[in-house]
Design a binder for this molecule. Structure first.
Ligand SMILES: [Zn+2]
Length: 427
């Protein structure tokens, strides 16, 4: 099976092969990883801590060794490859992502972040560049969390945030057993925790999983921050009654209130910031009968923004509006916070250096907030981060149809390399 490589190369502009970066090598590697866990739909299935994720890690380790890196794996299965710099004692610059996928995922999510970091190293090697600081590329374990309904396991373990290990997967297989198959152990898992002072900065290249870059005709963009999230469950409580015998002016219809709230909710984010979003994704109506006035409606509200202040403001507005609307319709409203995750902004200084690297590669910078979580979100709680998004065709991801052209992948490698060189001079 070499269809992915063929398709990548068919569209490739070989003029992008310069400064030691090679499109053919990158395409071969994307193909080689895609071959591990290839599904019937030609997607990828490399669940965290599965044999497939393990095989992919082992393959990349071989490439890392071939590139002259010092390779090691921690007790959470995170793989590090260190390129020793001129001043090896300084905190490192780190870049990478993950190799695990969702059950029938694509070939670029995670993989591209690992391979662009490796491509930067290959390019330095080919052009006899030794960085000042040591550089580490990383493969984080189990980012997607598809098997244990968790996620970001490796990065959390490295940062010392993992309070509890998952217990069982969806088939009842204990996590410990899964770890043992991977040559890991629950007893030593937490020793993966690393002193944050060893790491000066972390950079992640990732496919956008959205359409902003495509719409703006840009191959690569700057992530301004990773959204925090407030999850709310709202309940509008009215009174169920007969749909025929209750006059319109004597009703406490919970669904009418909920409907007005849903509409209003969609207008609130722009009041606080241009990056904020708020979504009602789940609605449960009780008793849910065609001839019964709805007595209760429970709905979920997912509120996100990259700025802490506006996120809190928006969550406050959501509740305030729910109360106001409930009063108008003579129903009660209750709410419960189901999730509270702080946003991780990217420092302005980082974004400026990112913009310089983009401009040097002939790309006018574009700035995009990330609504989805990534390993960089975990690392970024204590360590300065930067993130680049790479154009995804039709914004499709977590799907075999996920696609990023080789031109865009290689451009991302150039942008990353240029940025890393600027970053080590700026630190
Ligand atoms: Zn990912």
């Amino acid at each position: 099976m070499s269809k992915i490589k063929e398709r990548l190369l068919a569209e490739y502009d070989f003029r992008l092969d310069y400064s030691g970066v090679q499109g053919e090598r990158l395409a071969s590697r994307i193909q080689a990883i895609a071959n591990i866990g290839l599904t019937n739909d030609l997607g990828s299935c490399r669940i965290g801590f599965s044999d497939e994720e393990r095989q992919a890690k082992e393959l990349v380790k071989q490439w890392m060794t071939g590139a002259g890196l010092e390779v090691r794996e921690d007790m959470a299965g995170n793989v590090f490859g260190r390129l020793v710099g001129k001043q090896n004692e300084l905190p490192v610059i780190m870049s990478g992502s993950h190799l695990d996928t969702v059950p029938n995922g694509g070939h670029f999510d995670g993989v591209l972040g690992v391979l662009t970091a490796l491509e930067a190293i290959e390019a330095w090697k080919a052009t006899n560049v030794q960085p000042i600081r040591s550089f580490e590329m990383v493969i984080f374990s189990d980012e997607e969390g598809s098997r244990f309904n968790s996620g970001l396991t490796g990065s959390q373990a490295m940062m010392g945030y993992l309070a509890n290990l998952p217990i069982k997967d969806y088939e009842g297989v204990p996590f410990e057993e899964v770890l043992e198959k991977n040559g890991l152990s629950a007893d030593t898992f937490f020793s993966a925790s690393r002193d944050p002072n060893e790491i000066a900065a972390f950079v992640e290249v990732h496919i956008e999983q959205g359409k902003q870059l495509e719409k703006n005709n840009k191959p690569v963009g700057i992530v301004t921050g990773i959204s925090g999230l407030f999850g709310l469950e709202l309940s509008f409580i009215g009174q169920a009654g007969h749909a025929g015998n209750t006059p319109m002016n004597d009703r406490k219809d919970a669904l009418v209130a909920a409907g007005e709230f849903i509409l209003m909710n969609s207008t609130l984010p722009k009041k606080v910031s241009s990056s904020a979003v708020s979504t009602v994704g789940q609605v449960h109506v009780f008793p849910n009968g065609s001839n019964v006035i709805p007595g209760e409606v429970r709905l979920s509200v997912d509120v996100r923004d990259i700025h802490k202040d506006s996120l809190e403001e928006l969550a406050g507005l959501v509740i305030q509006e729910a109360k106001r609307i409930a009063e108008i319709h003579h129903v009660e409203v209750k709410w419960e916070k189901t999730l509270d995750v702080a946003p991780v902004p990217v420092e302005r200084k980082m974004q400026e250096l990112q913009a310089e690297s983009l401009k040097e590669n002939g790309i006018e910078p574009i700035y995009i907030p990330s609504g989805a979580g990534h390993d960089a979100m975990i690392v970024g709680r204590q360590i300065p981060i930067a993130m680049f998004f790479v154009r995804s065709q039709d914004g499709i991801s977590h799907n075999p149809k996920e696609w990023t052209s080789l031109n865009d992948c290689v451009t991302a490698a150039h942008v990353l390399k240029g940025f890393l060189e600027k970053l080590e001079r700026a630190l």
